[in-house]
Design a binder for this molecule. Sequence first.
Ligand code: GUN
Length: 281
Amino acid sequence: MAQIIDGKAVSAAIKEQVRDEIARDNIKAGLAVVIVGNDPASRVYVNNKKKACEFCGIKSFEYALPEETTMEQLLELIDTLNADKNVNGILVQLPLPKQLDEKAVIERISPKKDVDAFHETNVGKIMIGNYSFLPCTPAGCMELIHSTGVSVAGKECVVIGRSNIVGKPMAMLLLHENGTVIVCHSKTKNLAEVCRRADILVAAVGKPNFVTADMVKEGAVVIDVGINRLENGKLCGDVKFDEVSEKASFITPVPGGVGPMTIATLMKNTLTAAKIQKNEQ
Ligand code: GUN
């Protein structure tokens, strides 16, 4: 039976560290969160981000824009936030309504304020291992892996999913720690067989209960990035928790696993951004 990795506890410890450093060094840090439209899931995330800012002593600035916002309006807001000295980090909640070009929006954010680490400049820096920020969700997954005491070096690591937000950067972070990394996707042949090789398995597919026990090696560390809402309103991960937890050595629950970590890393990145910008003044 697997040990359950407590994302709430690990994230609380990180937020406390951020809060203590901000208080100790009297750092002024500000995060602008931009949300466009009425996606209910995005609303929940944004509210949680605001609450975490309050806890840490980070000033949060929320910009809730209507569904029909144009590119011009959104880019103008980003330009204003890029120039605002009280704003150290800018986060535009994704997904955006379809008339908006996500890539162009991300590229408009100053790389120094890009606390999501989505900008090409930051992605490139991560690729060569010379970065200031790590993307929130993959960095949160790494913290959870570290919390198990299992070392990544030399392990077979399988990431299911190749998104720019999670799968690809996750693979890179595992590689930085000397894991042997395989990235699986919708065209992967013999997916179950590939997954069964994993000492560390990261599921970022976006399909409820996608990973079943037959895809998991005995004793594997299983990190579930999925947050899927079922028809009955309940949240469920990409991993079939009940059966996989019988086989894994460590497993993250949903909710209470990766989710809270994403926000804790965002707080950490905002503090980092504030410190860098302060030193540059
Ligand atoms: N939507 C889902 N996850 C994220 C995230 O980490 N950052 C942003 N900006 N939007 C998201």
